[in-house]
Design a protein around this ligand. Sequence first.
Ligand SMILES: Cc1cc2nc3c(=O)[nH]c(=O)nc-3n(C[C@H](O)[C@H](O)[C@H](O)COP(=O)(O)O)c2cc1C
Length: 196
Amino acid sequence: LGFARTDPIRLAVIAGSTRPGRQVLQVAEWVVEAASRHDDFEVELIDLADHPLPLLDEEMPAIRGAYANPHTLAWAEAVGSRDAFVFVTPEYNHGPPAALKNALDYLFAEWGDKAAGFVSYGIDAGGARAVEQLRLNVAELSIATVRTGVHLSLLEDFEDGKLTPREFSFSRLETMLGQVAAWASALRELRAANVA
Ligand SMILES: Cc1cc2nc3c(=O)[nH]c(=O)nc-3n(C[C@H](O)[C@H](O)[C@H](O)COP(=O)(O)O)c2cc1C
């Protein structure tokens, strides 16, 4: 098979907001820092702002894998080279940001049979409603989402706009990352077996 059991899991932490003045980067960096402490992971931050994708402009549906545009090919390379994802998302009108949904819709095979967890934030529900919507969306992409979510409160886990996570949020993050590591390594074996 194409990997040793000890190979680290290539984890992408995907920052899902592209808004000027966004909070997402400090949350994503907190996740990167925690994941980097695990020997299991080789961690990369993927900022959607670095992958400026127009509203989906591919003629062929992503499931056909016939990408035409350079921005799609670059995005496919970024996602396809990873084993697992943590989606970091705010809640916009009780759903995920359009930029994140658009980025998901661009690809298909590159997401499939990989594990993912969620870290969200919001005012009154920690962004949980956005995550519940995303779980349905990514299920259609054959992404396996782990049970534990990290839902940060903009009131309780931030002070003056600065991320100051509660102890509870740290432990939720550790639990989630452990679940992602377990499923990601199992699914990596599945993908390798399918290719062989
Ligand atoms: C268009 C829009 C819609 C929002 N809707 C919600 C919402 O439904 N629930 C919520 O808790 N916060 C909502 N907020 C507040 C966001 O949680 C807050 O602005 C957060 O910082 C956004 O993440 P970002 O700064 O990384 O873009 C909304 C913000 C925007 C810009």
